[in-house]
Each structure stands twice: as structure tokens, then as C-alpha cells.
Ligand binder design. Structure first.
Ligand code: CU
Length: 153
């Protein structure tokens, strides 16, 4: 049987040429939304991560309301909070790492919070209403229960 050889560059260009699907895009006017928002009205929502669970499992957020979403890993293992569609449905102000560093971005794909007290704060304004999945992509954590839902209403 002849071996089928596909050059890596071809696969890469095929991926890059893939059409942008609804939901793949990010909030392009995020900076304007962040600037216009009243951050004194920011609400804080805390999600704790342990083996193998997010608490709460479901978040309900209001479109247009500024939030700080605190992700706290109180477990003995590292955990991901991976929600690429949700992360593209919000306007990003910043991410803050353990009150030691801030990162300004248009969007992210995944976040990992390190074990035994790691904390990552997401400063966002939900924009696109919908129901979004969040999972931990490490080993079998999802199968053991690390999945949840984020609803923007
Ligand atoms: Cu995990």
C-alpha cells in the first residue's frame, strides 16, 4: 500500500484558510466597551476549583455588567478553566494573576490555575448572550466531573 504523505505546511494553510464561524470571532470593540463601562458597579463572582469540580458548576452573568471572575484553585492538582467560546463572547479588560501581574488581551483560549492557592481574576463584560461550556482539559478531569456552564443572559 502506498503511504499517503501530506506536508505539514499544507495542513497548516488549510486550517488558516478555514472560514470564520459565528462564535469563533471575538468582541472587536472590547476596548470601547471596557472604557465606557462603570467599573464601580463591578460584581465579583468566585469559582473554586478542587478535585474534580467547579463550584459553582453554573455561572449566570448579565450582558453589559462588568465582572471580576475570581478563579481560585484550592485543590492539590493544577486545573484548567477552558471556555474558548465564552472567552470570545466577552469584552476583556484584563486578567490579574495573584495580585502580582496583569495581562491585557483581546481574548484568550484557555486559562490554567496552579494548585494549592493559585488565583486568576478575569475582568470582563459579557456581551453575546448564550450558554457556554467550561471544562478542565487535564488528563481525565473532565470525565471525573470538571465541567460546567456559563450563561450570558
Ligand atoms: Cu482539572
Amino acid at each position: 500500500m502506498r503511504h499517503l504523505f501530506i506536508p505539514a505546511g499544507l495542513i497548516l494553510s488549510a486550517l488558516c484558510a478555514a472560514p470564520v464561524q459565528a462564535g469563533d470571532d471575538f468582541i472587536r470593540d472590547g476596548a470601547e466597551r471596557v472604557k465606557a463601562a462603570d467599573w464601580k458597579k463591578m460584581q465579583t463572582v468566585t469559582v473554586t476549583m478542587t478535585e474534580h469540580h467547579y463550584e459553582p458548576t453554573e455561572l449566570r452573568l448579565k450582558a453589559g455588567q462588568p465582572y471580576k471572575i475570581e478563579l481560585k484553585n484550592l485543590g492539590d492538582k493544577d486545573h484548567y478553566y477552558t471556555a474558548p467560546a465564552f472567552f470570545r463572547a466577552v469584552a476583556w479588560r484584563k486578567l490579574m494573576v495573584n495580585k502580582q501581574a496583569e495581562i491585557k488581551v483581546d481574548y484568550v483560549n484557555a486559562t490554567e490555575v496552579l494548585k494549592k492557592g493559585g488565583q486568576l481574576d478575569l475582568y470582563v463584560i459579557p456581551v453575546t448572550p448564550g450558554s457556554y461550556e467550561v471544562i478542565c482539559t487535564i488528563d481525565d478531569h473532565r470525565e471525573k466531573g470538571m465541567e460546567g456552564k456559563i450563561i450570558i443572559e
